[in-house]
Design a binder for this molecule. Sequence first.
Ligand SMILES: [Fe+2]
Ligand SMILES: [Fe+2]
Length: 291
Amino acid sequence: MKKMLPVEELARDERFRRVNIFDAAADPRTVRNRDESKGRTGPQKLTPDRADAPDGARQLMHGIFMGEVQALEGAGRTCWDFETGPGREQAPFDLKLDMARQCWDETRHVEISVKLGEWMGTEVGEFAEATFLYEAACNPDPVLRLTGVNRALEGLAIDIFNTMRDFGKVSGDPMLEFCEDWMLADEVTHVKMGSDWLRRLTDKDPERRANALEFQRIVDKLFSLGGFRGEEEDSPIRLARRFRELAGFKDEEIDEIAELSAESRNDAIALQQDAAAKVEAKVAAAASAES
Ligand SMILES: [Fe+2]
Ligand SMILES: [Fe+2]
């Protein structure tokens, strides 16, 4: 079996379509809609009184399902891609054992997500797949996989599961509430694995630790997705401080994620404005060519 499988070669059938999340985040139409106060302008938090809440919840749940599939693929690859050993290009046996346990958990999460999706009225493949989790799991250094995937992206999963669990509670859907709660408990363990292995593998290697934390920061910022995660009451995804503490995050690390999220919101607005300006320039060029 091939080592370091590129993202293009992941096994998917005809139900799955891919989307680039940066294209979606930089949608030029967003700028005009915002200027003309079209679409949703109030708090973005998912609440049962919103007319679009069922669709929003189904879309988010499908995104979670795709994340579970890729988390399984990523943890499985870390067992396979590296020789077993203590070296920098190797992975210790106990780390592989943790990744194998994670595969077991993620497999269960995939099954839960498929059934929960059906319960919510969604088919597999109804929404597009973004492959960023698997891409972060392709890093050639296993420690960077653990900071990019386990600490950054599964940390994000903690925030999302916690938010969805609360949505299940307030909307009176015990199936959604309990499924999210069970998966949340496992994700705290996976994030803690990332925190523990980061500490163990970089104990005597400050440069490797700094690289790993820098990769985590980059992934955290990229996938704050235009600042949708925050600490405000109406944030679409709320930063789950208590669960992150349980998963080995220090207070100052959680503060930093909140700051990165705010920066990410400004970056997304700049990307959208840039994309809108390019569209306008194209339209103007086409109009002058016609006249
Ligand atoms: Fe999971
Ligand atoms: Fe996980």
